[in-house]
Design a protein around this ligand. Structure first.
Ligand SMILES: Cc1ncc(COP(=O)(O)O)c(C=O)c1O
Length: 483
């Protein structure tokens, strides 16, 4: 097809289907010729043909414009032409099993419903917005050349220094900034651990029930889950040793297993570390809810125990302390893993935005984040007690609230015959009387045949009235499900 004809057809098609709108200016024939690498005669001839059939308005010494043509959007095929989809990597296909469509649709939905009990929803009214704003502005104004060029895969030095102080105060961890990595939330940190430690088929201990996000990261690396039950003293380390003594990694939440279960008792912590030593395994301590640990009532972190430095990786996040879309978390790795972790970061996402890291470092260093954390812990504890009280007053026999020492999560355990998925769906629907509640079915967080049933409630946000009403509504729904 001659060049002139090709240009005419392409422009005409774009006008007909609306990609070029009426009145829109096109490049001059000289500019178009330059862009396309063709002779000016060619583009002039094309424009003349388009003017002649009324597609363009061409005026001497001005750029041509699109004529007032009503586009025929219908001309576009309603569905994309059927063709074989591209072949995806197995890792991508495996993720479909752990990030179910309903979860993905909720993530992709643009409107974020503000229903009570969504897990991970912090109290946004307490966030020190003004301090964050001031810190961001100051950081943007004073950014130095070396900061602008800094590509340290561990993240910016100023935030790593501040995190070193933070984990020492809050979690009793002695770690110099050299082995701290700033990540995009705890999820990126957990993903790094999987990439560093898990090969296809590698056996990995996980708490069961446990967070789906962790399972997704392990699935992406094709690790083999070894689900371990959790009781009032935390994860059953003894069962892990019996079932998978040669596992290479154990993911645990010693402060407070998600979504229920007590803090990991000291004898189990020591047994876990002894096993890891013998098995040359890594223990990844994921401390998402631990950032909201009720002061004074929790054991220090696993990593703070003597002899844990070369076995234990500590994962923390600012998602619970500030807000989840901040996307800042961190990882403390043993010295022996620093170079491998730095290579991994250098070859993947590198580090989070430098201005954000600097601003959060300032909130940490000025003590504002510590003050905020104390207020948040108090508010969270008060909300937990309120919801637990409302539930206790009306929950029927057979349903009970699991104890938890920290965090903004409360789990109601239900008898095995209850369909907790249907119950959660019913509560999530606004059509039923009362406000919808965004609860998670406990069974969706478990693997294996003996699925625990229950509902998981995030209690980090909302006012007393709304929380109390939502708690009563949950209790009513449970009562009718048990009837
Ligand atoms: C239990 C649990 N773990 C981990 C995450 C991931 O959090 P982050 O924002 O730190 O990546 C979430 C998210 O809400 C969560 O609920």
């Amino acid at each position: 097809v001659p060049l002139v004809t090709q240009i005419v057809r392409q422009i005409r098609a774009a006008v007909i289907d609306g990609r070029l709108a009426a009145g829109q200016e096109l490049p001059s024939s000289r500019e178009l010729a330059y862009d396309l690498g063709v002779a000016r005669n060619t583009t002039s001839a094309a424009y003349d043909a388009l003017a002649a059939d009324g597609t363009l308005v061409v005026t001497p010494r001005r750029r041509p414009t699109v004529a007032a043509v009503t586009p025929r959007r219908r001309a576009l095929p309603a569905a994309p032409p059927q063709s074989a989809p591209v072949r995806m990597a197995r890792a991508a296909a495996r993720l479909a099993a752990v990030v179910p469509d309903a979860r993905l649709d909720a993530l992709l939905a643009e409107a974020r419903a503000d229903h009570p009990f969504r897990v991970g929803h912090p109290d946004l009214e307490l966030v020190p917005w003004r301090a964050l704003e001031r810190a961001l502005v100051r950081r943007a104004r004073r950014i130095t050349g070396s900061e602008a060029l800094d590509l340290d895969p561990r993240g910016s030095r100023v935030l790593r220094d501040a995190i070193a102080v933070h984990v020492l105060r809050a979690r009793g961890i002695h770690a110099d900034a050299g082995r701290i990595f700033v990540t995009e939330g705890s999820q990126a940190a957990v993903d790094m651990c999987c990439r560093l430690l898990v090969d296809p088929g590698t056996r990995v201990w996980v708490e069961d029930p446990g967070p789906l996000a962790l399972r997704a990261a392990i699935a992406a690396a094709a690790g083999e889950l070894v689900p371990l039950p959790v009781d009032a003293e935390g994860v059953r380390v003894d069962l892990g040793i019996r079932r998978a003594p040669r596992a290479r990694v154990a993911f645990v939440s010693p402060t407070s297993a998600f979504p229920g279960g007590g803090p990991l008792a000291l004898p189990r912590r020591l047994a876990l570390l002894r096993w890891a030593e013998r098995a040359r395994a890594a223990v990844v301590e994921v401390d998402v809810e631990g950032e909201l640990a009720f002061d004074g009532s929790v054991l220090p972190s696993l990593l703070s125990l003597a002899g844990a430095d070369d076995r234990v990786i500590h994962v923390g996040t600012f998602s619970r302390l500030l807000f989840p879309s901040l996307r800042l978390g961190f990882l403390v790795v043993p010295d022996a893993l620093v170079r491998a972790a730095a290579r991994l970061r250098a070859s993947t996402t590198r580090a989070p935005p430098v201005l954000l890291q600097g601003a959060v470092a300032d909130l940490l260093a000025s003590g504002q984040l510590a003050r905020h954390r104390r207020r948040l812990v108090r508010a969270t504890r008060r909300r937990r007690e309120l919801v637990a009280r409302e539930l206790a007053a009306v929950l029927p026999a057979g349903a009970h609230v699991l104890p938890a020492m920290s965090g903004a999560v409360l789990t109601i355990s239900l008898p095995a015959h209850v369909d907790d998925v249907a119950l959660a769906r019913e509560l999530g629907s606004a059509r039923v009387r009362g406000e919808a509640a965004a609860v998670l079915p406990l069974s969706s967080l478990t693997t294996g045949p003996a699925r625990a049933r229950g509902l998981v409630l995030g209690v980090g946000a909302h006012g007393d009235e709304r929380l109390a009403a939502a708690a009563r509504r949950v209790a009513r729904a449970i009562r009718s499900a048990l009837r």
